[in-house]
Design a protein around this ligand. Structure first.
Ligand code: HEM
Length: 239
């Protein structure tokens, strides 16, 4: 096995998983009050109200796609009676819809962060790191799903990327499977591990705090009110 294969397909994943896990525990113990999305809703609403749902709902659909395509072995879908062709057609169409929603939402949120001065100044270096890794991971993911699997010749990632990924958690990694995968898939996965390693140190931690309730919650309206002094109660002394 080459040194690069060992580095990218064994060392990097395990270092990222460890950093992500230990980092979350550290962050929770040290900074519970900072465990938020640091929402900038009060600074700008219009773009956020379009970009955020597009990005988040698209991301939920893409996560569901990853669970089905990466965690569920091809033999299970075959056992359930889903043919290889039907799986790939469904995955390419649903993945493209999810990917396009994520890209559209991401571009709106990025434009907002760059063009609204009050939002820009609250953007930290870690935020920009997250944005860069998201751009690379999402961009390459959509190229794989739409470019390769919907419009191109197709690539059976369930025979390589997915088997390697599950092997990591079964403590039986097969780096040669990733070495055999196209570069597009290799870069997508490396960027994803870097994102997971940065996750606990960023505002992405809010994802673990009831994201579904968070998205569906009613608007929160902050109001101040002044309490009136109670009216004096006059009682006539009984005669
Ligand atoms: C190590 C973890 C990951 C693996 C092994 C992985 C693997 C894959 C594979 C194989 C595809 C292509 C599916 C196809 O060709 O049809 C894909 C697509 C995609 N990935 Fe990932 N991915 C990972 C993490 C991520 C992360 C963290 C993000 C988001 C930040 C992401 C976003 C996407 C998107 C948007 C697509 C295209 C839409 C879709 O098919 O769902 N991936 N990923």
């Amino acid at each position: 096995m080459s040194g690069a294969a060992l580095l990218f397909w064994i060392v990097l994943p395990y270092v990222a998983i460890t950093t992500c896990t230990v980092g979350h525990v550290w962050r929770w113990r040290r900074d519970q009050f900072g465990w938020t999305s640091r929402s900038s809703q009060l600074m700008e609403r219009r773009l956020l109200s379009v970009g955020s749902p597009l990005f988040h709902y698209g991301a939920f659909a893409a996560i569901a796609g990853h669970v089905l395509g990466i965690l569920v072995p091809a033999s299970w879908t075959a056992w359930a009676g889903v043919s290889e062709e039907a799986y790939h057609l469904f995955s390419a169409l649903a993945g493209t819809a999810a990917g396009l929603a994520v890209v559209a939402g991401f571009l709106i949120l990025l434009y907002r962060r760059l063009s609204v001065p009050r939002v820009s100044v609250t953007t930290t270096r870690v935020d920009w790191g997250v944005y860069a890794l998201l751009a690379i991971t999402i961009g390459l993911g959509v190229l794989e799903t739409t470019g390769v699997n919907l419009l191109g010749g197709g690539y059976d990632y369930r025979a390589t990327v997915a088997v390697w990924f599950r092997g990591l958690f079964l403590l039986d990694p097969h780096p040669e499977l990733m070495v055999a995968a196209p570069m597009l898939y290799q870069f997508h996965v490396v960027a994803a591990w870097l994102l997971f390693a940065l996750w606990p140190f960023s505002r992405l931690v809010h994802a673990w705090s009831y994201p579904i309730l968070y998205l569906g919650r009613p608007w929160i309206l902050y109001r101040g009110y002044r309490r009136r002094a109670p009216e004096p109660v006059c009682t006539r002394p009984s005669q």
